[in-house]
Every structure is written in C-alpha cells, then in structure tokens.
Design a protein around this ligand. Structure first.
Ligand code: GLV
Length: 329
C-alpha cells in the first residue's frame, strides 16, 4: 500500500519530522521564516492526505475544495482561527490543535509583558542604550506596582488559569470573567467571578485569554477601554482581533489606560506604519507566546502525532471537531 502523503508548511522542530516520516511520504516547505505562498499550498494539497499548518496558513473553503484527498489538518498551535473548522467538518476532514503543551510557556510571556509594561522595562532599555541616562533620578521611569494589585483574567481556560496561578505569588487579588463560572477554580485559586464590565473597572491589570471567535472579535473596544482605570495595563497574548486596535491606540495616546503589553495584533506581521510603533507606553513582541525551545519542539511533535494518528485510523490526541471521528457531522 502506498504511504499517505503529508505536506508540512514549515520545517518542524524536535522529532516531529521523524514521527511523520515513519509512516508517511513527507514534503516540507523549507523556509522557517516565511509561510508557503498560497499557490504553492493550493498545488501541494491536491495530493496530500495530511496537512501540518501554522497559524499563518489559511485553511479555508477554497483550499479544502482543492484538497480532495485530505483527511487531517494538524495545526501547530492551540488556537485554530486560521482554519475553517465548519468547512473541514462538512468534508469529513479532522482538525487538530496542540493544547496543554504550551500553557505554561504562554502564561510566562503574558507575565513578561505585564511586568515589562508596568515597570517600563523596554522603555528603560531604549533609554539606556540611547545614552540618555545622566544620573539616578527620583522620578526616572516611574511605573506601576504589581505586587498586591488586582489582576483581571478574561477567559479562564488553561492559559488564563496558569496566568492567575502566577498572580498568587505576587500577592494579587484575581478576578476573572468567562462564559461560565468555574467554582473549582474559585475554590482552588481564590479567583472571583465578575461581569466583564465590572472586571475592567476594578482591575489594575487585564490579561486576555479567549480564543478568537465571532463573539470575541473586538471584545475590547472603545467602550471597554473607557471603563478601565487610567493606571491600568492591558495584556494580550490571545489573538489580535480580540482588541479593537484603533481604539487601543487612542486609549494609549489619550491616557484612558496607562500601558499595554501586546504579543498579537490585528494584522501580523505588524505593518511598519502601525501607530503602535510610535507609542512608548506599549511593549511589543512578535507573536511569540509559546516560543521556548522545549515548547515549540513539543508542539511540533504533538501536531505530528495528531496527523499520524488520523492517517493510521487511530483517534488523535487533540481533535477539535471530534464529530468527524464519531461519524456525526
Ligand atoms: C499560538 O498563537 C497558538 O495558538 O498556539
């Protein structure tokens, strides 16, 4: 029997390619920095039974209709808003993601941004490098205290909880808002549920941990930013479009909020003319929430395991549309 063909949209890390090559014929887009152009992807998926994608690779109706033999899309990410899951489900294509393995690493980055924005770390670095440091100054680069303040977590899933857990070490009060209440997390972590509007008004730090869905697009807009404290810091390691970026720029410029730490943006890569680039009270990172050596290797391997499982007729560890496997579409 011929081996199933798998197209991989980027050179993967760890043992991922070995895992795929054990039972599949594997073709890999060779550039680690840039995704395959759309025409290459459309050509490659014609023969592929498995596709390993990153958040930059759009899997939509057009791609799926070109991919007549496709059985699985294994996304190397926990978020899968780059994949039209409904269209895949209709065609009987399994979609998988890589949850759990990146939870702690992403929570670490949310905290890095929170601390950097609160204590003006990136600004201090620019200031020092520019040779502008004349003397120790009582008022030099004053920031916001973190210890003992209130953190608001929007979306208490795996990453939201990991961010909340870290806050306990900083003696913080933690509020959360979520689609439903989580009594066990309230007991274990001492977190308190609030309506979004109340959380925004009470929190000194607001960290976003929702997936991007039609319901969460622009969840944080003008009205929500207006509710926040003028000393508050907003952190986004979830997805850019959860925040209305134009409104955020206005909020940062006009002092509705104090600062922001952003790893994700409405357009990625961030366009060179983005007004965010000229603001000192925002810390920017290039969508690297899960970017540690160990975690990116583990994500790659998990995506490979998901892909191979489907192609060998086994249940994959992380299906996001299990109804395809269960026969009910
Ligand atoms: C990265 O953004 C992910 O969803 O894992």
């Amino acid at each position: 029997m011929s081996r199933p063909r798998v197209y991989v949209c980027r050179p993967l890390l760890g043992r991922a390619l070995d895992i795929l090559r054990e039972g599949c014929e594997v073709r890999v887009w060779p550039d680690p920095e840039v995704p395959p152009p759309r025409d290459v992807l459309l050509q490659e998926v014609r023969e592929a039974e498995g596709l390993v994608t990153l958040v930059t690779d759009r899997v939509d109706e057009t791609l799926l209709s070109a991919a007549r033999r496709l059985r699985v899309v294994a996304n190397v990410a926990v978020g899968y808003d780059n994949v039209d899951v409904e269209a895949a489900t209709r065609r009987g294509v399994v979609v998988t993601n890589t949850p759990d393995v990146l939870t702690e690493t992403t929570a670490d980055l949310a905290w890095a941004l929170l601390l950097a924005a609160a204590r003006r770390v990136a600004e201090g670095d620019r200031f020092t490098r520019a040779g502008r440091w004349q003397s120790w100054g009582l008022e030099l680069l004053l920031g916001q205290d973190v210890y003992g303040r209130t953190l608001g977590v929007v979306g208490l899933g795996r990453i939201g909880r990991a961010v909340a857990r870290r806050a306990l070490g900083f003696g913080m009060r933690v509020l959360y808002t979520s689609q439903s209440r989580h009594p066990e997390a309230e007991r274990e972590l001492g977190v308190q549920w609030r309506q979004l509007d109340d959380l925004l008004a009470e929190a000194d730090f607001v960290s976003l941990h929702t997936p991007l869905t039609p319901q969460t697009r622009h969840l944080i807009g003008r009205e929500q930013l207006r509710r926040m404290k003028p000393t508050a810091v907003l952190v986004n390691t979830a997805r850019g479009p959860v925040v209305d970026e134009d409104a955020l720029v206005q909020a940062l410029r006009e002092g509705w909020i104090w600062a922001a730490g952003l790893d994700v943006f409405e357009r990625e890569p961030l366009p060179p003319d983005s007004p965010l680039l000229s603001l000192d009270n925002v810390v920017l990172t290039p969508h690297v929430g899960s970017a540690s050596f160990a975690t990116r290797a583990r994500m790659s391997e998990l995506a490979a395991e998901n892909c191979v499982a489907v192609l060998s007729g086994r249940r994959p560890p992380n299906p996001v549309n299990p109804q395809v496997l269960d026969g009910a579409r």
